[in-house]
Design a binder for this molecule. Structure first.
Ligand code: PHE
Length: 335
């Protein structure tokens, strides 16, 4: 018993001064190896009486098991320390701060727009980017011979489908899926064969549509003015111009006073003082016919705005391509 007590003390004293794996291994061999101290004591047990054997045996085995566990721990400790040394880590230093990412500026504008219209009771819907000719054109009162088809430089696919040139086909899909009254907005990607500092072959639009029994042109104006003030601030100047779209009648385009020169005229607004931001109008009866809505009961308005356009004005960005080139500094400046 005395030997075991002394042995235990000896072992733990030595353990403290072990600092690397080779020292640890020779220590293990010294005590637990085939000819190790503990192993040879265990071998000698057979020369003792049954009672002594029982007592000493259990104590020795206990010590052996404890030692095995401690050696494992010690090995882990040494490995961790060496790893830290290899990496040049000083574990007493404070940790590195993690960079938190931010949403893409266009995503931020889309979310802001959705929130504004959500507050006005509009439901957010989406539609497919690969469309049929019917939803993108025909159902929107743009028959095959219509010159408006040329205006929207369309990407056609081999199977006769096309990449939607605007989000307006979602108007048709939404009306077919629902019964009036309805209020929807639909953000999404659209495609036109066009590329320069102000045009990208893929860009984003937000479509809006409201159908009810008593909807007028002044409701449309009211909602558009509210939206412009929410996005650009209450002092924003707005202007409505008559326009033409096959799927609305009457149609308008909305401009806001140039945010750079405040309508005096500058390079950004082409000296006009105004920036065009959206097209809109009252839903054309031919469109209601395509979705089987009773035109004697329902009226509606629709609008479509360019997301990049809004973002460019809001953040004073002159080149639309910046949104898609993924320069790290550009993207992280929208935190
Ligand atoms: N779809 C039209 C465009 O892309 C915009 C628009 C939408 C106009 C809804 C009127 C009503 O130019």
């Amino acid at each position: 018993m005395k030997i075991i007590k002394e042995l235990t003390q000896e072992i733990f004293k030595q353990l403290d001064s072990i600092n690397d794996l080779s020292e640890l291994e020779s220590f293990r061999i010294k005590y637990l190896g085939k000819k190790g101290v503990i192993t040879s004591y265990l071998k000698e047990l057979k020369n003792l009486s049954l009672e002594e054997r029982k007592l000493l045996g259990s104590q020795l085995n206990e010590l052996k098991e404890r030692l095995e566990v401690i050696l494992k721990q010690k090995e882990r400790e040494i490995l961790f320390k060496e790893e830290d040394k290899d990496l040049g880590i000083d574990i007493t230093l404070p940790g590195k701060k993690r960079e938190v990412g931010n949403l893409h500026p266009l995503t931020q504008v889309i979310e802001e727009l959705c929130e504004i219209f959500f507050r006005l009771g509009f439901e957010i819907v989406t539609g497919p980017e690969i469309e049929s000719d019917y939803y993108n054109f025909t159902a929107l009162n743009i028959p095959e011979w219509h010159p408006a088809r040329d205006m929207q430089a369309t990407f056609y696919l081999k199977n006769g489908a096309l990449l939607r040139t605007h989000t307006s086909p979602i108007q048709i899909r939404a009306m077919l899926e629902r019964t009036p009254p309805l209020r929807i907005i639909a953000p999404g990607k659209v495609y036109r064969c066009d590329a320069d500092i102000r045009h990208s072959p893929m860009f984003h639009q937000l479509e809006g549509l409201m159908v009810d029994e008593d909807v007028s042109f002044s409701d449309l104006k009211g909602i558009l003015i509210y939206f412009a003030q929410e996005i650009f601030g209450e002092k924003v100047k707005v202007r409505f111009r008559p326009s033409y779209f096959p799927f609305t009648e009457p149609s308008l385009e909305m401009d806001i006073g140039c945010v750079i020169c405040d309508t005096k005229g500058c390079r950004v607004c082409g000296e006009s003082g105004w920036l065009e931001i959206l097209g809109a109008g009252m839903v054309h009866p031919e469109v209601f016919k395509a979705v089987n809505y009773d035109t004697s009961r329902w009226q509606g308005f629709a609008f479509g705005l360019g997301i990049e356009r809004i973002a460019m004005i809001k953040y004073e960005i002159e080149d639309i391509r910046l949104f898609f080139e993924n320069h790290f500094l550009f993207l992280t400046s929208f935190k």
